[in-house]
Ligand binder design. Structure first.
Ligand code: F6R
Length: 236
């Protein structure tokens, strides 16, 4: 694992965008794995600016998102489809048909769809305060493929901030790429910002590889870089 610590999320997000831009400029038909959440927003803004300035083109890029809530219509404000359209896809030159999110309907085929596209060249990850990656919650198997997942209590509480602070409004299930699908990516970058991620980053980097901390499996990936701010690095 390569660990890069930045003064703040601004610098880390710019570094993440630079890696994504270099990936696409080196291979214009790259296949990207993408997260939602608060963490990647600044990275996506940087990508939008780079695209508008002609420094990168997504015309031949394919994307596969990590996860999607079950029970929210794609047009729902908090659906991950809506998040991706609003925060990235609507503002870049990507072909919408080349953007994919998992769903109950395509879950059984999602890994095959990724393989058919050539496999993930670059997987971008956030991380939960409990060490989850995508919606792979503590205790889940390391050899999992795309599956339906009950969202952990802690994650429901974390995500309530996007649902007027009301945990009852947060969906209780999601479809998520599995740990095996994530580990199949040729290259991974993980972003983590703020104090809420300090323990998870410590466990990811210094802890045992254990299903209790899903992100700890990344220690075994041959090409994984962590881009984190000083707060998230606080215990390293
Ligand atoms: C979302 C995802 C999740 C988030 C994680 C952190 O697609 O994969 O694992 O990365 O829950 O969320 P934020 O960035 O909101 O702290």
């Amino acid at each position: 694992m390569i660990i890069k610590i930045f003064k703040n999320d601004e610098f880390a997000s710019r570094a993440a965008a630079d890696i994504i831009i270099a990936q696409i400029n080196g291979k214009p038909n790259s296949v990207l794995g993408l997260p939602t959440g608060g963490t990647p927003v600044k990275t996506y803004q940087t990508l939008i600016n780079a695209c508008n300035e002609g420094r990168v083109s997504f015309k031949n890029v394919k994307t596969f998102n990590l996860d999607e809530y079950i029970g929210l219509h794609p047009t729902h404000e908090q659906s991950y489809r809506n998040f991706m359209n609003t925060n990235l896809f609507n503002h870049i030159d990507i072909v919408m048909e080349n953007t994919h999110l998992p769903s109950e309907e395509n879950a059984a085929n999602y890994d095959e769809m990724i393989n058919a596209a050539g496999g993930l060249d670059l997987q971008v990850l956030g991380i939960g305060g409990n060490g989850h990656i995508a919606f792979n919650e503590p205790g889940g198997a390391f050899d999992s493929l795309t599956h339906k997942q009950a969202i952990a209590e802690a994650t429901i509480r974390d995500n309530a901030r996007f649902f007027d602070g009301d945990i009852d409004k947060v969906p209780k299930f999601a479809v998520t790429l599995g740990i095996k699908g994530i580990m199949n990516a040729r290259k991974i970058i993980l972003l983590a910002f703020g104090k809420g991620k300090t323990q998870a980053i410590y466990d990811t980097v210094r802890g045992q590889v254990t299903t209790n901390v899903p992100s700890s499996i990344l220690q075994l990936h041959p090409n994984c870089t962590l881009l984190i701010d000083e707060a998230a690095a606080g215990m390293l």
